[in-house]
Design a protein around this ligand. Structure first.
Ligand SMILES: *Cc1c(COP(=O)(O)O)cnc(C)c1O
Length: 225
């Protein structure tokens, strides 16, 4: 396992995919998903030139946070329970996985108590796959209209996951669907929003995501093989 080499390879692949689509590669941020490795290995990712680390479980975030502190920029990308919100708000710079008003309210309350603004993304289930979490596309406007009234929260964009077994065509349709949803929501000028981020693409499909406009790609496996 040579992490520096993996990070370099992924940056090159991002660059190729972005240029291919007529995009500036610098618009795409690599988010390293460290959920399968320990804190010392996560530190190597940081040292290899990837400053953003993400965890999908609160417990594994806290374990690494204890070791690495604020050296990385931390993101939470997995399903978040309202009773765990207090452990992450204010420690992470972005929560990708907000899929209900109930969860947004809990984050808002905690952020207000701390006197901060917490950046979040709304997660959508564009594929309609039942096993995937995320709000449905039909709920998007109503959800954002409600969430954007909450204090202490800034909605910075949208997140989705494509099914692992989707074809390239299906995957691209899901990613372009999220991009079009972002553009549509942007036109409504909701308060407390800065809708610019598209968090989409993982190890198996990030090049397709970059071609469809991803600004945050979440990579785990490809860093650690
Ligand atoms: C694990 C995970 C990833 C990274 O997936 P890889 O296939 O390991 O690149 C991305 N997003 C979420 C939400 C994850 O849980």
């Amino acid at each position: 396992m040579n992490i520096a080499e993996s990070v370099n390879t992924i940056y090159k692949q991002i660059e190729t995919a972005a240029l291919d689509a007529g995009r500036n590669p610098e618009e795409v941020k690599l988010v390293a998903v460290t959920k399968t490795v320990d804190a010392e290995t996560a530190r190597l990712v940081l040292e290899a030139g990837c400053p953003v680390l993400a965890e999908n479980r609160v417990q594994s975030f806290l374990e690494k946070y204890e070791v690495l502190g604020d050296a990385p920029e931390w993101h939470i990308i997995g399903h978040l329970q309202t009773n765990k919100v207090k452990y992450v708000v204010g420690k992470v710079s972005l929560i990708h996985s907000v899929d209900s008003l109930h969860l947004a309210e809990a984050i808002s309350k905690r952020a207000e108590a701390l006197g901060i603004t917490q950046d979040i993304l709304l997660q959508f289930n564009i594929s309609g796959e039942e096993s995937k979490s995320g709000a449905s596309e039909e709920e998007a406007e109503a959800l954002l209209a409600s969430v954007s009234t909450l204090p202490g929260i800034r909605v910075c964009g949208l997140m989705t996951m494509a099914p692992l077994d989707a074809t390239e065509t299906e995957t691209r349709a899901i990613f372009s669907g999220l991009r079009e949803l972002l553009y549509k929501l942007r036109q409504k000028h909701y308060p407390n929003t800065d809708l610019k981020e598209l968090s989409m693409g993982m190890s198996n499909d990030f090049e397709a995501a970059v071609k469809e406009g991803a600004t945050l790609i979440r990579i785990g496996r490809s860093l650690f093989r």
